[in-house]
Design a protein around this ligand. Structure first.
Ligand SMILES: [Zn+2]
Ligand SMILES: [Zn+2]
Length: 163
């Protein structure tokens, strides 16, 4: 919360070169299945939340932008490639999973369903394992050290030499 009790959200890219801060209420949260969002995210669909009614500040770096259509720009980290924004004339939306705490930002609508990939709805029915469920065939997982930025703001990044 900010001093005047407005909610505050933070987030950024995986490498930490780009960080953002949102103060105020988030707008509509959605996933978009359209082919343009698939290509922009390299993924089956793109989860976005509007920050149109809030204040958005880039607190470290700023996204590089690709103009994906006559109407919109797509922002991403130029250092690590994390997709971060969808920017249209009526406002900016941020990638939900780029927030430090995405669990609280639940999508309420799906857009672009004409391009929904045929297996997307079946994913939740697939066999399921935790990350460490594969440790016998991928022993490096037991020793894994993350080089991603943590899920909170940092005074300095990267903190030191990587091991
Ligand atoms: Zn980055
Ligand atoms: Zn889309």
């Amino acid at each position: 919360m900010s001093l005047d009790n407005r909610p505050v959200y933070t987030g950024g890219c995986q490498c930490g070169a780009v960080r953002f801060r949102v103060e105020g209420a988030l707008g509509d949260a959605s996933v978009c299945h359209c082919r343009m969002c698939q290509k922009a995210s390299g993924n089956f669909y793109l989860p976005l939340v509007s920050v149109r009614g809030a204040r958005l500040d880039w607190t470290r770096g700023e996204p590089k932008r690709f103009r994906s259509s006559s109407a919109a720009w797509r922002g991403f980290c130029a250092e690590c490639g994390t997709p971060l924004t969808f920017e249209a004339p009526d406002g900016i939306a941020l990638a939900i999973a780029a927030f430090d705490d995405p669990a609280g930002i639940a999508p309420t609508i799906q857009w672009g369903v004409e391009a929904k990939l045929p297996y997307v709805d079946a994913i939740s029915k697939l066999p399921s394992e935790e990350t460490m469920g594969d440790v016998s065939s991928a022993p490096y997982l037991a020793e894994l050290v993350s080089y991603q930025h943590p899920d909170h703001d940092t005074d300095q990044w990267p903190p030191e030499e990587k091991p």
